[in-house]
Design a protein around this ligand. Structure first.
Ligand code: FES
Length: 159
């Protein structure tokens, strides 16, 4: 898969401003993801070099924390709740439906770049489980059909 273009100077700036902090690796990874929406795999050697770490150590931390992405997010990220109340109300079935419908797994982005899918552990909307969040909007009592409706309306919006 081809690497995505990213702003090297922006990454260097994040590294420069954090590298002397204690425990600099996590602030740097957060800073890069805040700036670019993901941590480009090609930025790993820059980070490793600045912190005197091996590339494997940096990769290890990126893959340990599910929060960090190695590919750019879609235009909209769908957060699907996997916590207890939503599980009790059928979120596993909703999760399979969402993955099939979008044809992606968690931490992936649809081929057209529109949607990313991420798990989340409670959206504070347990009374209306199962729940998803897209942008700042939380949707409750989501079924396979209502999921499809939400997605289709967003695709219309995005055009
Ligand atoms: S458990 Fe899903 S919103 Fe709380």
């Amino acid at each position: 898969m081809a690497e995505h273009e990213w702003d090297r100077e922006q990454v260097q700036e994040v590294i420069r401003s954090n590298k002397d902090k204690p425990g600099a690796l996590l602030p740097i990874l957060h800073g890069i993801q805040d700036a670019l929406g993901y941590v480009p795999p090609d930025s790993v050697p820059l980070i490793a070099g600045a912190l005197n770490l091996s590339r494997a150590e940096v990769h290890g931390v990126i893959s340990f924390y599910h929060y960090f992405r190695s590919t750019p997010p879609g235009k909209r990220t769908i957060y699907l709740c996997r916590a207890e109340s939503c599980q009790a109300m059928g979120s596993a079935a909703l999760e399979s439906h969402a993955k099939d419908r979008l044809n992606i797994d968690y931490h992936e982005t649809t081929g057209d770049g529109t949607f990313s899918l991420e798990p989340v552990y409670c959206l504070g909307n347990c009374a209306c489980s199962p729940s998803i969040m897209i942008g700042k909007d939380v949707y409750g009592r989501v079924t396979a059909d209502s999921f499809d409706d939400i997605i289709e309306n967003m695709q219309v919006d995005a055009q």
